[in-house]
Structures are given as C-alpha cells and as structure tokens.
Ligand binder design. Structure first.
Ligand SMILES: *[C@@H]1O[C@H](CO)[C@@H](O)[C@H](O)[C@H]1NC(C)=O
Ligand SMILES: *[C@@H]1O[C@H](CO)[C@@H](O)[C@H](O)[C@H]1NC(C)=O
Ligand SMILES: *[C@@H]1O[C@H](CO)[C@@H](O)[C@H](O)[C@H]1NC(C)=O
Ligand SMILES: *[C@@H]1O[C@H](CO)[C@@H](O)[C@H](O)[C@H]1NC(C)=O
Length: 896
C-alpha cells in the first residue's frame, strides 16, 4: 500500500471521532464456542451474537473477530441482531425495536439448541417477545428467531431486518493482511430463493452461503444499509470500510416513509400477529467447499431454489434469453412485472425462453411461484436493441453533451463533456474540477465513450465532430506537445482568471478545486489511458473507413496512441507502475503496431510493459492504486502477466476478480465488480455505497472473458464475465444518456444524474464483449450475445449474433476466436466435430460502408488451428482481408 492522498482527503473530510471502545457487548465475560460438523463459531456470552465464524478444518474467519473489541459498542451490528417496526392495530405510527441500540445481557433459555436466549432485556418492554437460537442444522450453523405477540392487541410487523456482518474492514490493514483476512459479500434479493454469498477476498478457498432456514418463512425482500457511528478505529462508511447491510424480510414500514419515492426490488410487505401468535424466521450458514463456483450447488443443497440466466439479466430487446431453474418443488406460475414486459415460454422442465417485448424498457421483475409455496424473484433490466442503444449513446454524446462555446477560457470547445441529466445541461463547473475539466475518469468519461463507440459503430457526423475535438482540445489542451496529459483543463484560479464567473453555490475551498498549476500537472498515469484509447479508436476508424476521417491518416492516430503510452511511463508520471483502468487498450495498441509492422515501436512498448509485469510478478498483492483496496489494478496486471507468461500471478489475478464479482439472478449484482466510493469523485450524489455497474463491471469483465477464452471449460468465468460486460449497456437510458452508476441504497434505487466516469466501463464492453459459445456440463450448449440453433442430431450449430459488439466471436467448444475491424459479424455456423466453420460478414446495418474487413482467427492453446480457406483472400495485418460488398459474404474456415 502506498500513501493515498485522495483517501486521506475523504477521511479528513468525512470522519472524525473517537476510537470507540466501550464494551456494551460484554466481551469481558467471554465467548461460548459452538461447533457443528461444518463450522467452528463463537458467540458472545452476554449478548449471544455471533463473533467468529470459521469453516471446520480451516482458520479463515468470515467475521471481523480480530476487530471485535472496537465493534462492541451499542449501535454496532452483528449476526444475531434484529431490527423491526411494529404497530398495534388501529395505530398509524410505527414503533422501533433494535437489539443493538442499548445492549443488556440477554436471558439464557434452555432449549435443545446450541445456545438460546430471550432478547427482552436488550429490547426493553413491548408486546413482541423474541427468542433467538443458534442451531445445528445437518452440520451447518442455523440461526432462528421466534417472535411471539405477548400483548393483548393484534400487531402489524411492518419491518423486520437481520443485520449481516463480514470482515470487509480494510482500515489500518496492510494489503497482504486484507488479502489474508478479509471477505466480501453480496446479496441476492430474491425472496425465498434469496441468499447472501460471501467469500475470502482472494477469491480462493471456501465460500459461504446464508439461505433462509428451512421450516421458517424468511424471504429476502430488501437489503438495507445500516447506519453506524464512524469511529476512527475502523471508519465505518468510508473508502476503507463500506459498512454493513441487513437482510430484510418485511419492508412495508420503510416503503411508506423513507422509500416513498422509490420502487423497491420486491413488493413491500408486513405480517400480522394476533395476541399469543408466534412466527419464526431464520438463516442457515453453509459452506461451498470448492469455493465460489460451488455456491449454486450449496444453495440448492439447502432446499433453496436456484436460477441461472443466460446471457444474464440485462437483456436487449430482440434477444431472447434463457432461464434455468433448479428447485425441489415444481413451478406453479411465472409472471412478469410490468405485465407482458417479458414473455416466458417453457422449453422443457425448468428451462425457459425469456423474450422482452418490443416496448419493454428498464427494470422488469419475474416472479416464480413454486407448488410448495415459495416465491422467487429474478430481476431483469431490458434495454433497447443493443445496436440502437449504441447509436442513441453516440447521438446524445455528440449533441446534448457537445460543448461548443468557443469563448471558453479553458479551451474546452469543441468537446464531449460531462452532463447532468437531472438538470438537462452540460456540467461546465464542479468543485471537483476534473469533472468539468475533461480529465480523470470523472471528466473523460463522456469523450472516451464517444470516441470508443466509433471503433465498433462509426458514424460520419460523430466522427467529424470528434476530429474537431482531437485537433482543438485533445491535442494541445488536454495533452501538451510532448504527449503529457493534464489532470484537468478546468480549474479554480482567481488569479489566473479573475473574471471567470465561478458559481458561488459551490464550495471552492476543497482540495478538489485545483488551481491552474495543479490542474495542469501531468503526473497521473490513469489519465493517459483515456487519451491513448481515444486515438486508438480513431486509428481503427481511419483504417477501416478512411473516407470518414479527414484531418489525419490512420498512422498518425496510431502513432499518437503509442507516444501517449510511452510518455506515461516517464518518471514524472505517478501510478505508472500499477495496473490502470482500461489499459487492455495498451495491449490492443501493441497488437496493432505489430500487425502494422511497426516493429521498433512495438518492441519499445513491449519492453516498457514487461518491466511492469515483472515487478507485479514479484509482489504478493500487485493491485495497488490510489485507494487502500481497489478493483482497478487487476485488469492491467492480468493482461500483462498473461502476455509475458507469468501464469502464477495471472491465475491469482483471475481469482482476485472472482473475489469481488458475484453472479446472482439480479441484473444489478450479476457481474457487478465491487466499487463503493467513486460517487465521491465522479458522481452527482456523493456517498459511500455499493455501486451498481460502475466502470468496474465492464473493465473486470475483460479479465474473466479473456480467462474463459483460455479455458473454455470454465463456464463460471463466462457467466460472471458476460454479466460484467453487459453492465455498461444498462447505464444508457432511452434518450441515449449514460449515467456513471446506479445507486443501490433502497431509499434511492436510481441512476446517478451525472455521466461522470461512465466511459471506462464502456471501453471494457467494446474491448471484451462479443458472442460467446460455451458447453455447460448440465445446461448444454449456451450462447451469450447471440441466438443458437443446434441441428437435431447436434452435429451442427448455427448462431445469429445479437450483442452490442458484433466484431468478436468465441466458439468455446472449438477454442476459436474470430475478430474483425469493420462491418459486422452477423452470424456463424460450425460443425460440432470442428470440421467446418463459416462466418457471415456484412456491412453495418445503417452505417458507412467498408471496402473490406480484416478477419483475425486465433485459437486457444491445445485446440486445432484454423485459416480462411479461399485462394483469392489475401493476408493482411496478420489476418485475412475479406472484400465486403453491399450483400453479406460467407467466409469458410478450414483446419490447418
Ligand atoms: C417471553 O418469552 C420467554 C421465553 O419463552 C418467557 O419466559 C417470558 O415469560 C416471556 N415474557 C413475556 C412478557 O411474555
Ligand atoms: C425441509 O423441511 C421439510 C419439512 O420439514 C423436509 O421434508 C425437507 O427435507 C427439508 N429440506 C432440507 C433441505 O432440509
Ligand atoms: C452550440 O450547441 C448548442 C446546443 O447543442 C446549439 O443550440 C447551438 O446552436 C450551438 N452553437 C453553435 C455556434 O454551434
Ligand atoms: C448457417 O446455417 C443457416 C441454416 O442452415 C443458413 O441459413 C446460413 O446461411 C448459414 N450461415 C453461414 C455463415 O454459413
């Protein structure tokens, strides 16, 4: 770990406070150790909450037992706590109950549980009498609450939450200790099929599933962030400690007040208890011995229904998806909300085709009812047809987000800049100067997305505008003549610009409001990636569609891209020895230099990257960044350690990504790489929370999709990776505006108002997405980003592409990767024995025409190699140049 000036800024800004070491939990009276076949656990003797949870035969603790002394205050939550709101019939006001607020030793109760207590001492008086038991459930750990209405009136229970605690506290830990000790968790807010998954942050070792306890009615209705005081001992709710959430079984009371303006994930409910009536709720902790890939089987083993969606849960119109269910009871009904938004067709038992209607858009909930009374919800996000989403984005960025004020003293005309969708205007000022200053992720997002979009879907008008941007702003203002990249072109500097109308509603006194000298500093390596990516996109456009690009030739753009990377490696640039967001594009640039025969530049670039990879290969945790813990370095570390054959570090990095990227049947969390502080730097609503589809999704997907291409037998990599690469599609709304991320706190559930740092995730999608075919051991042959038809004897397969990126195809069973630089791969066919592969190449449906496309054919190590089988096709740039005409061409491949 290095010193993180940004982090210190956050902490200095937001958190003050004492260490917080009162022993309200009663730690001085010790622990009760409990053991089951699968766990060793400790509960606190006085409070009977869970303090430690370790899989049997393992020393890894899923709970922050080593921090318990600073988590023993009133108001700090643990497993075993309960929060609720109730009202007596006839009253409208909800009354709160909370086992953590004023702790008192609970009353031990004798049952046949491992430990049991009555919570009345810590809850105080009231009609609800709650008993809590720790149980042995077939060798797993169980936690059960019995709630009795001991009063004389009927009670409505309007909220019921069970806090969940994991060791996600990074504060004051060295990077190696974080890697060794910490774990990450994510929810599946899916009613009776809902669960919490947790795993060591390394992504290796035993994973944990917390499911509804059999015999209780414990749906996962909501997931609510818990407020705790932020003591300096751990900084709850900071960059080093995101904070905890509770599993909510009932949410009606919240939905009435705090969430009144929000549509929750599931319909809010309450329950009624007559005098003397009781109800039970509970959880089962189970281990997935083989790790994250084993979680679905573990969940299924508890009798909890499991759903797997292909290609995930972000579904473009016109692309039918598949849904596979696995449950101990049969399905009695499936319905879509809004009604008709998804059309469900049963293909065979527990296998369904899910087709979005032609008008559906946005969040859609599928509710599956089982004969045994369980309800499961699967959460989808429907987008417009994927190519329409891209063209809407391009139009919005180059019109609504087009900055054309040539009198701007910062020289931002002409450019694509940050936009505030809630206000309907360009963001010309922000005290985080980079957001209005065309640099840092928060300010480059808009132009990066606009440029990189051209690489897959060029548009003549957009390209013409972006050429103006390159010549007037990128080259000369954002970038100096020696290829250095400034941290911001907007700044707060009254001495440099005494008459500029800085808006008085902003606080310009913060560390983020750089003066001209600080803004013009060129020492942040991250900023160089965006510029290199922008040039590379224009290189690709100029190469394939030379008629669109007027002011420079393709080789100028490729040279600019190269020189920008080399400039980033100089000693006056910081962070250039850590993995950089989006630097997979450095790999694309190296590949293109090689293909173009630029051997000297390719060799210089390769040497520079090798020096970084060699360093990473020597480091225990090579994922440093500006933050204490991060999910940004892995992409670059993976790319270059793989490239240079450092397989140990490469594999460790894939695991690291799997550690913070879950798969669950919910569009918001499926493939959603953990990010939780960047709203502070790139969003409009600034707060620490689990972000949904911030740029980590699209970027970390690059790692998993590449790892899948190297090992097409590992389906899990594709399931998570394709979820991640679909993330950036969901950010784009019906107008074409792309938001930085979606706010997951249940009182918000909306896209951020700013475009902010949207661009890097879109870059990840453009570089990684495509059509992927995988053979799954029980689900059969699956298509991601396409529709697949197998012949009846399964000897041949025909695929139509449907994803946003139709320039990349990977046939997993044959280990063959096909990519092209122009037009569109509309479909492909292959025989299962691999004897024949054919590909349909066409012009873009409503775009400029290319004279030819280059098709590259690569093969995963260990598989048979292929070549284009046409005597008239010429080799070009290490691929095959295929002439394109107005009608589609079919290219045949042959084994070599
Ligand atoms: C609450 O439940 C406990 C244990 O079942 C019982 O001993 C106690 O009397 C109950 N308290 C009230 C007020 O009903
Ligand atoms: C759940 O409980 C039911 C009824 O008690 C029982 O038949 C079933 O086997 C249990 N399932 C599991 C997975 O424990
Ligand atoms: C600048 O852009 C705005 C908004 O798109 C547009 O209304 C205006 O005509 C443009 N001005 C010039 C000089 O192009
Ligand atoms: C693939 O097969 C389908 C159905 O047999 C056919 O219509 C299509 O032209 C074929 N495409 C290619 C690329 O061979």
């Amino acid at each position: 770990m290095m010193v993180h000036p940004w982090l210190l800024g956050v902490i200095g800004l937001l958190f003050l406070g004492a260490q917080g070491q009162s022993d309200n939990l009663g730690l001085s009276n010790g622990y009760i150790s409990i053991a089951t076949a699968n766990f060793n656990a400790k509960i606190v003797t006085d409070a009977q909450v869970l303090a430690s949870l370790t899989p049997a035969g393992n020393t890894f603790d899923f709970l922050p037992f080593d921090k318990i002394s600073v988590r023993a205050n009133n108001g700090q939550y643990h497993w075993g706590d309960v929060t609720f709101q109730y009202r007596e019939q006839g009253n409208s006001n909800w009354i709160d109950g909370n086992s953590a607020t004023t702790r008192k030793p609970v009353t031990v109760v004798t049952t046949n549980a491992l430990a049991a207590s009555n919570l009345t001492p810590t809850l105080g008086t009231g009609p609800l009498n709650i008993t809590r038991e720790w149980l042995d459930v077939s060798g797993d750990l169980g936690l059960r609450f019995t709630i009795v209405n001991s009063g004389t009136s009927t009670i409505e229970l309007g909220s019921l939450g069970f806090p969940a605690e994991f060791n996600s506290i990074f504060t004051n830990r060295a990077a190696t200790d974080i890697q060794r000790l910490c774990s990450l968790s994510d929810p599946y807010i899916g009613m009776h099929a809902g669960y919490i998954r947790a795993n060591p942050i390394s992504g290796t070792g035993t994973a944990l599933a917390v499911t509804p306890l059999n015999g209780t009615d414990t749906p996962f209705e909501g997931y609510h962030n818990l407020a705790e005081q932020s003591f300096s001992s751990t900084y709850y709710g900071s960059q080093t400690f995101e904070g905890f959430y509770e599993w909510q079984v009932l949410t009606k009371a919240w939905a009435e007040k705090e969430w009144a303006s929000v549509t929750p994930w599931n319909p809010p409910s309450s329950r009624t208890l007559a005098p003397g009536q009781s109800m039970q709720f509970g959880f089962r902790f189970s281990i997935a011995k083989a790790g994250v890939r084993d979680l679905d089987a573990t969940v299924s083993g508890t009798g909890t229904p499991v759903a797997v969606g292909v290609p995930g849960y972000i579904i473009p119109r016109g692309s039918p998806a598949q849904l596979f269910l696995q449950a101990s009871s049969s399905v009695s009904s499936i319905s879509s909300e809004p009604s008709g938004a998804l059309v469900v067709k049963e293909v065979s038992t527990n296998s369904y085709t899910i087709t979005p209607s032609s008008t559906a858009w946005g969040r859609v909930r599928l509710t599956i009812k089982y004969v045994d009374g369980k309800t499961q919800t699967v959460h989808y996000h429907v987008t417009k047809a994927s190519t329409d989403v891209l063209s809407n984005l391009g139009t919005f960025l180059t019109t609504k987000q087009w900055f054309n004020d040539t009198s701007d003293p910062f020289g931002r005309a002409y450019s694509v800049v940050t936009y505030d969708y809630e206000v309907g205007a360009i963001v010309t000022q922000d005290p985080r100067v980079w957001i209005a200053g065309l640099s840092d992720e928060g300010g480059t997002g808009a132009y990066l997305a606009a440029m990189i979009k051209q690489a897959i879907q060029p548009n003549a008008d957009e390209v013409a505008k972006l050429e103006m941007f390159v010549d007037k702003v990128l080259w000369g203002t954002i970038q100096t003549s020696d290829y250095a990249v400034r941290k911001s072109v907007f700044y707060y500097d009254k001495s440099a610009l005494p008459n500029y109308p800085y808006q008085s509603r902003f606080d310009w006194g913060s560390w983020t409001s750089w003066n001209k000298a600080s803004a013009y500093a060129v020492d942040r390596a991250y900023d160089y990636v965006h510029v290199a990516a922008a040039y590379w996109s224009m290189y690709r456009v100029a190469r394939a569609y030379p008629q669109l690009v007027k002011s420079h030739t393709w080789d100028w753009y490729l040279g600019q891209a190269y020189s920008t990377i080399i400039r980033a490696t100089k000693s006056d640039v910081g962070y250039n020895r850590v993995g950089l967001m989006g630097e997979t594009v450095f790999g694309e640039i190296l590949t293109d230099l090689t293909r173009e025969g630029e051997t000297s530049q390719a060799s210089t670039l390769s040497t520079a990257m090798k020096s970084r990879a060699t360093q990473w290969n020597s480091e225990a945790v090579p994922y440093g960044s500006e933050m204490a813990w991060d999910s940004t370095g892995q992409e670059g570390v993976y790319y270059w350690t793989k490239y240079f054959g450092y397989t140990g570090t490469m594999t460790k990095t894939v695991n690291s990504v799997l550690g913070y990227m879950p798969t669950v049947p919910h569009w918001g969390w499926n493939g959603n790489a953990r990010r939780y502080w960047d709203n502070i730097y790139g969003g409009k609503l600034q707060r620490i929370e689990r972000q949904i589809h911030h740029y980590g999704s699209g970027l970390n997907a690059l790692v998993l999709l590449s790892a899948f291409r190297s090992d097409p037998s590992d389906w899990y990599l594709l399931q998570v990776g394709y979820g991640g690469t679909s993330g950036p599609l969901s950010n784009i709304n019906q107008d074409g505006f792309a938001a930085a991320s979606f706010h997951s706190w249940p009182d918000t559930l909306k896209w951020d108002g700013y475009s902010g740092d949207y661009g890097p995730g879109f870059l990840g999608m453009v570089l990684g997405s495509g059509t992927y075919i995988a053979q799954h051991e029980t689900l059969g042959l699956l298509a991601y980003g396409g529709t697949l038809i197998s012949s009846s004897d399964a000897s041949s397969v025909s695929v139509t592409t449907q994803g946003p990126v139709r320039r990349k195809v990977f046939i997993g069973p044959l280990g063959v990767l096909l990519t092209t630089d122009a037009g569109s791969i509309d479909g492909f066919n292959y025989t299962s024995d691999g004897s024949r592969i054919s590909v349909t190449l066409a012009q873009l449906p409503s775009g400029p025409s290319a004279v030819s496309a280059v098709l590259w054919v690569e093969t995963t190590s260990g598989f048979t190699k292929y070549a284009v089988s046409s005597s008239t096709t010429t080799q070009s740039r290490q691929g095959w140049e295929i002439p394109l005409s107005s009608s589609a061409v079919i290219v045949q491949l042959k084994r070599t």
